[in-house]
Structures are given as C-alpha cells and as structure tokens.
Design a protein around this ligand. Sequence first.
Ligand SMILES: *[C@@H]1O[C@H](CO)[C@@H](O)[C@H](O)[C@H]1NC(C)=O
Ligand SMILES: *[C@@H]1O[C@H](CO)[C@@H](O)[C@H](O)[C@H]1NC(C)=O
Ligand SMILES: *[C@@H]1O[C@H](CO)[C@@H](O)[C@H](O)[C@H]1NC(C)=O
Ligand SMILES: *[C@@H]1O[C@H](CO)[C@@H](O)[C@H](O)[C@H]1NC(C)=O
Ligand SMILES: *[C@@H]1O[C@H](CO)[C@@H](O)[C@H](O)[C@H]1NC(C)=O
Length: 466
Amino acid sequence: MKLNWMHWFNHKHKHLVVKFGVAVLLMGLAFRLFLSTSNRFSPKLEAPFPEKTADSEHPIAVQFPQNEDQDEIPFPGKETQFPEKETHFPEKTGDSEPPISGLVPEDGDQDQIAPSNGKCDIFIGDWIPSTSGAAYNESCPTIENPQNCIRNGRPDTGYLYWKWKPRYCDIPKFDPGRFLEMMRNKSWALIGDSISRNHVQSLLCMLSTVEQAVQVYHDKDYRSRRWHFPSYNFSVSVVWSPFLVEAAIFEDFDGVASSEVELHLDKLDKKWVDEYHSWDYMVISTGKWFLKTAIYYEGNEVLGCHYCPKRNLTELGFDFSYRKALSFVMNFIVKSDYKGTIFFRTSTPDHFEGGEWNTGGNCNRTAPAKEGEVEVKEVNKILRNIELEEFQKAAAEASKHGVNLKLLDLFQLSLLRPDGHPGPYRQYHPFEQGKNAKLQTDCLHWCLPGPIESWNDILMEMIVNG
Ligand SMILES: *[C@@H]1O[C@H](CO)[C@@H](O)[C@H](O)[C@H]1NC(C)=O
Ligand SMILES: *[C@@H]1O[C@H](CO)[C@@H](O)[C@H](O)[C@H]1NC(C)=O
Ligand SMILES: *[C@@H]1O[C@H](CO)[C@@H](O)[C@H](O)[C@H]1NC(C)=O
Ligand SMILES: *[C@@H]1O[C@H](CO)[C@@H](O)[C@H](O)[C@H]1NC(C)=O
Ligand SMILES: *[C@@H]1O[C@H](CO)[C@@H](O)[C@H](O)[C@H]1NC(C)=O
C-alpha cells in the first residue's frame, strides 16, 4: 500500500502546481481566516479571552434548555438510533485511493494482527456509540467562544456520544486524576497553529474536572500561553508557531495580509526552540499555514514562492516548502539530545462539504462517518503524505540518537468526524431572529466538548502503555 501511495504521489506530483493553483489560493484564504484569527474573525461575537468576557457576553440564563437536551441524549436501550457497528468495511477502491494510514501496509489491513511489539495500531478503528457523553461541560472556562458549540446554541448533542475504538484493541478513557498524578513536577507544550490551541483547551477542560489551571503566562496576543496546576506543580503551554520554521507574517488581526509570508525554510522558529529543552513532553504539529501565499528563503536567499503571480519568482508549490521545512525541523529534533517525549501530530482534515469555506460549504452532519464515506481532499492528502514520509525518515534517526519521537496520527479518526465542528455555531446563536450578519462556517476547528477529547485518550494510552 505504501508503494501504491508513493506511486500515486509521484504520478500526481508533476501536476500539483497547476492542478491546485486555484484551490490552494482559496484554501490559503480560508485558513488565513481560520488559523490566524479563529477567535477574532468577528470581534463583536468573539473576544479572544473568554475568561474575561464569557460572563458578560453569555449570560448564564442563556443555557441549553434541559428538557431538549435530555430528549436528545441517546441512552442505553435506544441503541437502534445508532448506526450499527460495522463488521465489514468497504472494499478498497483500488490504486487511486491512497491509504488513510500510511504506516499500515495494505495487506495488513485485512489480517492486521498485533505488530511485532504486541501492540495494535490505535490510530485505525471506528467511532462506536458510547453512553458516557462529554468529559466536561460548556462552563469550562478555558473554552474559547468560537468552539463553545453548546453555549452558542448548536441544537444537536448526539455528536458527544461516541468513542474511538481501535479496531484490534481498546483504549481506556482519559483519567484526569491519574494523568495529573503522573505529571507531578512536569511540563507539556503543544506547539503549532490554532488546532494546537483547540487541543490544549480540550486538555485543560478535561483536567479542570480535577483541578482548575491557573494561567501564568500569555504573550500580547494571547496566542502563546501557559497554565499551571498548583497542587501538582504541572504546567501546560501552548506555543504559537504555525510554521515551526521562522516566518515573517504580515497580517492584521482580521487576517488581512499586507504582504506575502516570508518563510525561512532553514531557520527554526525561536518561539519553541528557545524553550525546547525545558519541556518534558511536546506535541508538535503544523500544516495548513503552508498553503498560504509565501516567499521561500534559504540562507537568506530567495528560492521562489507559492502563489505570487505578481512577482517574478519561481513557483515552487506548498509541497516543496512543507517537505523542506518539516525535514529541517525533524533533523533538528533527532539530533537534539532531547530527554523527554515528542509527539509529532499529523495535521487534521477540514470537512467543508457542498462547497468551500467561502462558497457555501458547510458541515451539518450530526453523526460520525464510516470509513470511505468522507472524501479526503487532495490538499490534505499531500500534506499527510509529506508528514508520514518525513516522520518515517526521522524516526529511524531518532532511535539511533536516543530521542523519543512518536507519531500521533490523528488524521483518520478526525476524518471520520465531520459532525464535530462548530459550523455556524462558531457564532453565538447564529440563527437568532434579527441577526442578519453573514455567517462564517467553521468546519476545521472542533467543538468543545467534542471528538477532540479522544486525542487525549490516545495520548494517555501512549504515555501509559506506549
Ligand atoms: C458543569 O460542570 C461543572 C463542574 O464539573 C458543574 O459544577 C456544573 O454544575 C456543570 N454545569 C452544567 C450546566 O451541567
Ligand atoms: C516534585 O518536586 C519537589 C521539589 O523539588 C520534590 O520534593 C518532589 O518529590 C517532587 N515530586 C515528584 C513526584 O517528583
Ligand atoms: C516544580 O517542578 C519543577 C520542575 O518542573 C521543579 O524544578 C520545582 O522544584 C518544582 N517545585 C515544587 C515546589 O515542587
Ligand atoms: C524575471 O527573472 C528572470 C530571471 O531572474 C529575468 O531574466 C527576467 O528578465 C525577469 N523578468 C522581469 C519582467 O523582471
Ligand atoms: C447539509 O449540507 C448539505 C451540503 O453539504 C446540503 O445539501 C443539505 O441540504 C444540508 N442539510 C440541512 C438539513 O441543512
């Protein structure tokens, strides 16, 4: 399967630039909106600091009506509401269909037995009904307004009643008390773009059921922040570094760029590198920002660009810079003599359907998809392929150098959750009478609470049994 995938990739590669020119421009714009300003897109609706504004903006009275809520909670005995658990899977559609998990050979798909280390692949599986529901509720103070789907009036709650089930084993739910015990005197950093921010909020909310974190640091834009759990002397940071490499970004708070991103493919972003050795655990990721219009540098010389028709520069394509930047980052990591644990998280797909972010695309599903039901977009395939290849190269080196580098491959389980995004409910009660503002739909970030909690179930499993 790996071979097929490579074949597919090489075949397509030649046509990349042409084929994705327009699509990528659009994606670039979309992610400019989402990734840079997810909490500022509409300042009237969303302040970046929910701690300060949540109460005044969303009076307690405006809460989800209890009765309706209960009506929608699937409970035992009503299992028929759920799609039946799959016992077979759609046949592969052939060479043209690249594998979802690049690390599992196709043959292994059918008779995927435990690999030699005796562990099953926890990234391959299905979402199955679960009655336990959300790990926390909408009053968790670290949820930012655009992800607080319940408070924003999302009417369905079925998306909260699913659990990720690896196909050949089981993973327990995240245990916040146990996690905090294990993390005494330790520190975590989640490094990347706004999906990392989304992830850190999920983690903080899960932990807040045991102890409320205290924010001890924020940069001036509240993009990089650190929280401390006093009883455990445990700290969690989110580090804003959307490219991981050094980038000059010329965007205002509304995501409007006055110039192309200047991306140095051979310099690491100091934001994370300067503190690198201070953290015990890191979850590092990147992705969609590479789709933006950018000028690429190496050794301070211009190499070319991506989507810069007004400049007399060579179009190199985002795949060029993504591979080069990731390779550079990985090379640093594997030789870093780092003593902690690094998770490289794959980028996760968006779920705009029936259009893109700006052409009426939405994500109105209310239940997970089954394997094969959701199309993997070309752009996501390309990013993913590069991630897996660069990781695999690095993993071999890392073990040689004694660096504990692990793949946190959340692509597939995320792909199957088109129901997990805010959609229009990134705004507060978007369909309220009298509101005629144009609605921005978010099919990229995840509702909190929501499927993103599974990411922490998996992290916990990898820490305990990894
Ligand atoms: C939400 O959770 C908190 C803490 O677990 C609890 O005190 C509160 O009553 C819950 N609120 C709702 C609306 O369920
Ligand atoms: C945490 O650090 C304190 C102070 O250095 C020490 O007394 C304690 O034993 C440490 N706890 C753990 C679990 O390492
Ligand atoms: C907290 O943990 C740090 C290591 O992360 C350690 O240096 C420090 O002594 C600890 N403080 C206390 C009060 O345990
Ligand atoms: C574009 O760049 C090429 C090579 O650097 C140069 O030969 C050409 O004259 C430039 N064209 C314009 C319009 O500047
Ligand atoms: C859901 O979105 C699709 C487009 O992706 C649209 O065709 C359909 O009508 C929508 N359904 C509802 C109930 O809004």
